[in-house]
Unconditional design. Structure first.
Length: 94
């Protein structure tokens, strides 16, 4: 089986479970979970030639999804720390 076929079959087989994994880790953020899945399969496509040596594609996909989610959360954390809304009423001027 060629690597593109293997990736396409893995996508069809594991999409829902990978999406739910990402959705849970991203605390219900559906758009971020979809972005994570897109990234996982783009990485898989870009490394298609190297995936032939991988025996357990499911494990590889979940590891890649975990790393992708960690990267997304890291970026989200930076964004939230950088853009904290200023509330002048939160300071006591007495």
């Amino acid at each position: 089986m060629d690597s593109d076929t293997r990736i396409n079959e893995a996508f069809e087989r594991y999409y829902k479970v990978l999406f739910n994994f990402c959705l849970t880790k991203l605390e219900g953020d559906e758009q971020a979970a979809m972005d994570a899945i897109d990234t996982v399969f783009m990485i898989a496509k870009s490394k298609a030639d190297n995936l032939n040596g991988i025996k357990d594609i499911k494990q590889w996909l979940f590891s890649t999804a975990r790393n992708t989610v960690m990267n997304i959360r890291r970026v989200q954390g930076r964004y939230h720390r950088r853009f904290i809304p200023f509330d002048p009423g939160s300071f006591n001027t007495d």
